[in-house]
Design a protein around this ligand. Structure first.
Ligand code: COA
Length: 372
């Protein structure tokens, strides 16, 4: 049987950074403006004032210290509070495709492959900037790749579900050199005016190359097994979609951006993820102690600490479960891949690890890898 492997990975990090201090300053300025505008209604008890956000709350509740974004100025403008990303003409590369290409170039370099050798592009991301043609097909064209390409969306689990799809196609022989790319422009689906979540997301693009291990020309990780799981929940939801457009296009509706019931997500997803990883390990005959590294979805530090402890049966040691969310915030499906890409090069042959993402759906995806 053909054994798939991850032979390269790459991360495109947007240059612009927003620190918690900058974010909170902008949010509080916005809140003050709105409260001043509504002063009479607030005084009459007809409206609630918008409460200030706080740096301490953000770092304590999430572990996030800063985020990279495509456009900082629009987000931090108290009169705007969303990124200023200009629409592009149809004959220019779309933003997602451009970001994707930058991550793929790095991944190809690591895999020692040429773009022309790619015969499958999966653009796996939690938002797609248009309905069609698939962004993946545009990426394929920008790269000069062959074969075929398609988009898929499983929110925060898109990348691991994409790796499973690519690995299965490599095993089946329907592709020889696949790229799973996750350009995540989370800043454009975040409601920056909502104190409960304005600190959560950042922008990034990640890419991994998946090909038969026997054809790998560079150092690589064998994909020993993948497992995906979904269970419907409304606790993370975004209602923006083409059916809504005709009726709601002109309305400023909160549910057209990312919404979550964070506490419920916390309570419901944690046991699901821990059980998922433990079941997956058991099915493959792996012991938790076999794991040298856990590259987890990057949404919340407390959540990751809990999962690591539950899976290993002890507090993870330094470097066993690298977090990147302090620098990137939650980058949806890209988070676990950033952690993998930045913190896997030191592992020795035979070292085992798990890449795991989770989020809206609910969805959980795990990929068991072993350094060749
Ligand atoms: N600044 C100051 N205070 C804030 C605040 C902010 N930015 N945002 C919320 N608060 C307040 C709340 O109003 C609340 O006050 P109250 O107790 O007086 O009602 C209090 O802080 C606690 O808020 P809560 O939303 O319950 O915080 P939390 O501890 O649950 O942390 C999250 C919030 C979002 C960080 C956390 O729930 C989480 O990470 N959940 C999982 C998210 C996840 O994985 N999502 C997947 C997305 S892909």
């Amino acid at each position: 049987m053909i054994q798939p492997a991850i032979t390269g990975s790459g991360v495109f990090t947007p240059e612009e950074v927003i620190t918690n201090a900058e974010l909170v300053r902008a949010f509080n300025a916005y809140a003050d403006k709105v409260n001043a505008r509504n002063a009479d209604a607030i005084a009459a008890g007809e409206a609630q004032p918008i409460a200030h956000s706080s740096e301490d709350f953000i770092v304590n509740a999430s572990g996030i210290e800063q985020r990279h974004v495509i456009d900082k100025s629009g987000i931090l403008d108290p009169d705007r509070m969303y990124p200023d990303i200009a629409p592009r003409p149809d004959d220019a590369p779309s933003l997602m495709a451009e970001m994707a290409q930058k991550a793929i170039v790095q991944a190809l370099d690591q895999a020692d492959r040429e773009a022309s050798e790619i015969d499958l592009v999966i653009c796996a991301a939690s938002n797609l900037e248009r309905a069609y043609p698939a962004v993946a097909v545009e990426i394929q064209d920008l790269l000069g790749a062959g074969g075929f390409a398609f988009d898929m969306n499983v929110a925060c689990s898109s990348a691991t579900f994409g790796i499973q799809a690519a690995a299965d196609m490599i095993r089946a022989g329907s592709a020889r050199c696949a790229v799973v790319v996750s350009p995540e422009i989370c800043s454009a689906h975040l409601e920056w005016r909502d104190r409960d979540c304005h600190f959560i997301f950042g922008d990034v693009a990640t890419a991994v190359i998946v090909e038969p291990a026997e054809e790998a020309t560079a150092e690589h990780f064998i994909i020993q097994s993948t497992r995906c799981e979904t269970k419907f929940s409304n606790n993370i939801r975004n209602n923006n979609g083409f059916l809504r457009r005709a009726h709601d296009q002109m309305e400023d509706r909160r549910d057209m951006q990312f919404m979550q019931n964070g506490r419920k997500v916390f309570k419901e997803v944690l046991p699901m993820v821990s059980a998922h990883i433990l079941d997956h390990l058991e099915a493959e005959g792996w012991q938790p102690d076999d794991l040298r590294r856990l590259w987890l979805h990057q949404a919340n530090k407390t959540m990751n600490d809990f999962i690591g402890k539950k899976v290993l049966g002890r507090t993870p040691g330094a470097g066993e479960q690298p977090n990147i969310l302090q620098d990137y915030a939650n980058t949806s499906s890209a988070g676990s891949i950033i952690a993998f890409s930045l913190h896997s090069g030191d592992l020795k042959p035979g070292a085992k690890g798990v890449i795991c993402s989770f989020g809206a759906g609910y969805s959980v995806g795990s990929v068991l890898v072993e350094r060749a």
